[in-house]
Write a protein that binds this ligand. Structure first.
Ligand code: BGC
Length: 784
């Protein structure tokens, strides 16, 4: 009881009760301006109500508020208890997950509100990841839109539909930085970049929570998984992570911080061990950073059985110890493990856990329930549930989001012009592939309440567009497996047609998302063989890649005429793809992850350090031939560069960048730091940078203009480039627009060798360009 670990946990708890003034780390600039509304979790009258309730509660009732079970389709191993009616009646359950209909919600809620002593409603949570009934593209696809407004709207629709079913808490957004495509959960997040991650995190939180959490159609967001889960070694799900404090602060924490600043009411602690200490029992991240530095007032929920997993992690030999460690580290609610239910009251009685700490955790749970207005409106209106789903506007939004999510990776010419959009002289199509007419997979790995019957497939939409008689459909192969006959049939279909469209890729629920790490990143089964056979017919081929991650397809990128990364596009897959293929929609999606050439390059991310032996000016397409080519940071059998860089994506038009202008070539670190320290952070621009972007093609198009920075000469090595801002603009053919980025002082600050966010003297390179590998550039200096 008096071990150093115990003392530090108690010290952490004391800090939690009496947090000091916010640390010197200043609030980072709001990515989308300071106007974004932030939902408040509390006010004095709420705190009073909480005081009154807590005073009335027995210890067991308090613990009950910290207990959560799965009462529906399980989303992990073991479902804890099942005698929920009785437990709810006794006030032993604070929250349930995996219930998904108004009817089920109401059954439990009537017991809680009418039969439990204190009438405290249950909070119902669910994995609503990219839509509830209206399924949108998977989050990796949504992020590829680089359009936070669209992402926010999808979250709003999800909130409206989920709340109509009584779900007032969604386990989203997943804001884990993902640098390794082997990790299946890359599909669920916004990719590898912290700034883009911040922008998307805010969009989701604002979409879910709206401007008032107590509006009946608002739901509490739950950014997850705190923290570092995406850095799983070897890309193997649930594996351990080693992340230095610097890397944690500079890359992994910013999207979480943005979500909290946006007012996220809850947060989920992760499965992974972080530098040896499991994230679900980590006082440094859960208390020191989250509560003390960021002032988070909401609920920390553990991931599914994450507390019981402290035992196999090796930091507890029994359930009581696991419960104590997790609780004192800062986990308020125990998802499914049942360890708080079994041990927390005893730990309080034995003096190992202060009751005041339990009170504080209970206050957080009640605070969120009150903020949601659950006490006033605990039930779902069953008569309105069905009418809330699949509203025509929501379906249109699903199509728009899908169209914006597609990334055109290659579009070679056939004759004089690029194959896409489809020229008018193409009359017949071969439509080939296991994903061309597949409804279920289009819904992604967390299909939520989405139903296959809601999906319009590519085959249906193409038939509708050009008439079924002009479409020669052949499945060609299964996702895994397939017969020679299927292959032959596909080749025949291609031979009979002007163009072949191939819909290939992964099985969404089985090969992407949770517990779906892959050691090989090619097309599964016989699909590569199918692709090569169809290409061998000599017909122009459009390859649509459906996947939850970038796939290594070097042969395809060399031999296939046109390639689109389609991710898993949701219920409007077919119409969105057909409109894109025929040019009604012009692709504007951009990669949010570096696309690897080989699995051996992973983890692969653009914002990497330069190393002391960068392979600049060395031809990496062949093995080294001399010491100059050899003793650099490289592979002897693969290039360093990705197949396609972060930020990349083609359009049916082309854009030119020129006339880069910056309004200063020197800024002093002192003035930047004074500005950063100012209590009321004014959004005064430290630098204005602009460039002229011209649409040099013949179609209107959307260009995402990206602004990157590099700092050299700093106390901690900085990445070769870091995204600092971006703007999506629409340009008519021939139109030129000056795009201006106003960079605040925070754009020039880094996490330094004292773990402070501050500006330092440095040489700065700034790029404005279409992706992370190109652009017009300028240099400036940060002086003392
Ligand atoms: C996942 C979480 C999810 C939870 C509840 C876990 O297995 O890691 O992302 O929210 O289950 O379903």
């Amino acid at each position: 009881m008096t071990s150093p670990a115990y003392r530090s946990a108690v010290a952490a708890f004391v800090l939690l009760l009496f947090p000091p003034a916010p640390s010197s780390a200043p609030a980072r600039e709001k990515a989308r301006g300071s106007t974004s509304a932030r939902t408040s979790l509390s006010d004095t009258s709420t705190e009073k109500r909480i005081d009154e309730l807590v005073r009335k509660m027995t210890l067991e009732e308090k613990v009950g508020q910290l207990v959560q079970y799965s009462a529906g389709q399980p989303t992990g191993p073991g479902t804890g208890r099942t005698d929920y009616d009785d437990m709810i009646r006794k006030g032993e359950v604070g929250a349930l997950l995996n219930i998904s209909t108004a009817r089920q919600v109401n059954v439990f809620q009537h017991i809680a509100v009418e039969q439990s002593r204190l009438h405290i409603p249950v909070l119902f949570g669910l994995d609503v990841i990219h839509g509830f009934r209206t399924e949108f593209p998977i989050p990796l696809g949504l992020a590829s839109t680089w359009d936070p407004d669209v992402v926010e709207q999808t979250a709003r629709v999800a909130a409206r539909e989920a709340s109509a079913s009584g779900i007032r808490w969604v386990f989203s957004p997943m804001v884990d930085i993902a640098r390794d495509a082997r990790w299946g959960r890359m599909a669920e997040g916004a990719g590898e970049d912290p700034y883009l991650g911040e922008v998307m995190a805010r969009a989701y939180v604002h979409g879910y929570q709206g401007t008032r959490l107590d509006a009946p159609d608002s739901v509490a967001a739950c950014p997850k998984h705190f923290v570092g889960y995406g850095a799983a070694e070897g890309g193997r799900d649930y594996n351990s992570t080693e992340i230095s404090e610097h890397t944690l602060r500079q890359y992994y924490l910013p999207p979480f911080h943005a979500a909290i600043e946006e007012g996220a009411a809850t947060l989920m602690s992760a499965f992974n061990a972080l530098n040896g200490v499991p994230s679900s029992a980590n006082p440094f991240t859960l208390t020191e950073i989250l509560r003390r530095e960021w002032g988070f007032q909401g609920i920390v929920d553990s991931d599914y059985t994450a507390l019981a997993e402290l035992i196999p992690h090796g930091i507890a030999n029994d359930g009581a110890t696991a419960a104590r460690k997790a609780f004192l580290a800062g986990v308020d609610m125990d998802m499914v493990s049942s360890l708080y239910h079994d041990h927390l009251a005893k730990l309080v009685r034995s003096g190992e856990v202060p009751e005041a700490a339990v009170d504080e955790a209970v206050r957080r749970v009640l605070r969120v329930k009150l903020a949601l207005g659950l006490f006033e409106l605990p039930y779902a209106d069953e008569t309105k549930e069905a009418g809330a789903m699949l509203h025509p506007d929501s379906v249109t939004l699903a199509r728009t989001a899908a169209e914006e999510s597609f990334v055109l990776l290659k579009n070679s010419s056939v004759g004089a012009s690029p194959l896409l959009p489809m020229p008018g002289n193409v009359n017949t199509f071969a439509l080939i592939g296991p994903l061309a007419n597949d409804r279920g997979n289009m819904l992604g790995s967390w299909a939520g309440q989405g139903r296959p019957q809601d999906v319009v497939t590519l085959r249906t939409a193409l038939n509708e567009r050009i008439g079924a008689r002009n479409v020669h459909y052949a499945k060609g192969a299964e996702i895994i497996g397939g017969t020679d006959e299927q292959l032959e049939e596909a080749v025949k279909a291609a031979e009979q047609s002007d163009v072949a469209i191939l819909a290939l890729g992964e099985n969404a629920p089985e090969m992407t998302g949770e517990a779906a790490s892959r050691a090989f990143l090619g097309l599964p089964g016989r699909q590569e063989e199918l692709l090569e056979k169809v290409v061998a017919t000599g017909k122009p081929v459009v390859l649509l890649v459906f996947s939850g991650r970038p796939l290594t397809l070097p042969w395809a990128f060399q031999h296939v005429t046109a390639v689109i990364a389609a991710w898993f596009p949701g219920i409007q897959s077919g119409p969105a793809l057909v409109r894109t293929l025929f040019g009604d929609a012009n692709p504007s999606g951009r990669l949010v992850v570096s696309w690897p050439r080989s699995v051996g390059q992973e983890p692969l991310y653009y914002n990497a350090l330069n190393t002391g032996r960068p392979a600049r000016n060395v031809d990496l397409t062949r093995p080294p031939r001399n010491i100059v080519e050899r003793y650099v940071s490289r592979y002897i059998d693969e290039q360093n560069s990705p197949q396609f860089p972060f930020g990349f994506g083609l359009s049916y038009t082309t854009f030119r960048y020129g006339n880069l202008h910056i309004d200063k070539t020197q800024i002093s670190a002192k003035s930047l730091n004074d500005d950063l320290q100012a209590r009321e952070h004014k959004q005064s621009a430290a630098l204005s940078a602009s460039a002229d972007i011209t649409n040099t093609g013949t179609r209107p198009g959307v260009e995402t203009v990206e602004c990157y920075l590099r700092f050299q000469g700093t106390s901690v090595a900085q990445p070769v480039r870091a995204l600092t801002k971006f703007q999506r603009i629409t340009l008519a053919p021939g139109e030129t627009r000056k795009v201006t980025f106003l960079l605040g002082s925070n754009a020039f600050a880094i996490w330094n060798d004292q773990q402070k966010f501050a500006a330092e003297p440095a040489r700065v390179t700034l790029w404005i360009g279409p992706d992370s590998s190109q652009g017009v550039q300028a240099t400036l200096e940060i002086t003392k």
